[in-house]
Design a protein around this ligand. Sequence first.
Ligand code: NDP
Length: 254
Amino acid sequence: SMEDEGASQREHFGHLYLQGISKIAAMKIVITGANRGIGLELTRQYLARGDSVYAGARTPGRARELAALLAPSGGRLQLHACDVSLEASVRTFASTVSEPIDVLINNAGVRSRPDSLEALDLDDAARTFQVNALGALRVTSALLPMLRRSAGAKIANITSGLGSIADNTSGGSYGYRMSKAALNMATRSLAQDLRAEGLIAVVLSPGWVQTDMGGSEAPTPVAESAAGLIGLIDRLTLQDSGTFLDFRGGPIAW
Ligand code: NDP
């Protein structure tokens, strides 16, 4: 019954379910790189408050934690293959999305080491660019028809403080920094190009987060980063479009 399903969702998602009780309308969200780290936690939290998520994973067959959310979501989670570096994969993913999308979160990203001047790997830098910068633009372009069908849809591109030119006082991390700076620039163009239609595009820094990428020494638990990002995305208006914000909502210098 509906009641049983509600009870099992509350049990599964715990206190997060309660935060969603006061929400007015459920949203449709697309999240890339949703099988682990920040993407997985964003997916969990959106589902917990009653929203629907189209989750993209590079290798869905290995996305066990994400797949475990399918049954308790009661049909609100869809899991599909999406390698953001591959045009055909992104096209196929976009074709599974058949309804207006309120929020697109381009979260998929890579950061490999070494990435220093003394140990440059430019092929790796190019692969990083292909995922972090071109991947987000590729997914956005493919989903644009579905974003345009939702009034005031939001595109949240997950960047990094390392993508800030103004804040670069420590050097290094060539491929990663360049890829995120390029993502920032693409997002600014998206904001300009889509403003007249009421679509919002921003770059958001998740903080330094406890994930495979961030490492265990990172200060920010993934739940805190994801909750901050979700609250921030909820509050975005057209005035914010084209800005670079951290997960608590503060501005970051370009
Ligand atoms: P993780 O390394 O934990 O997860 C990265 C996710 O991106 C995985 O789901 C991974 O999938 C996916 N991914 C990688 N390449 C592709 C691809 N080609 N197509 C689709 N998905 C892909 O990282 P985080 O969760 O920490 O990072 C998420 C985002 O936040 C990234 O954009 C990252 O740059 C950014 N960020 C993170 C910070 C941190 O401290 N953690 C700090 C600043 C920014 P798979 O499992 O298949 O590899």
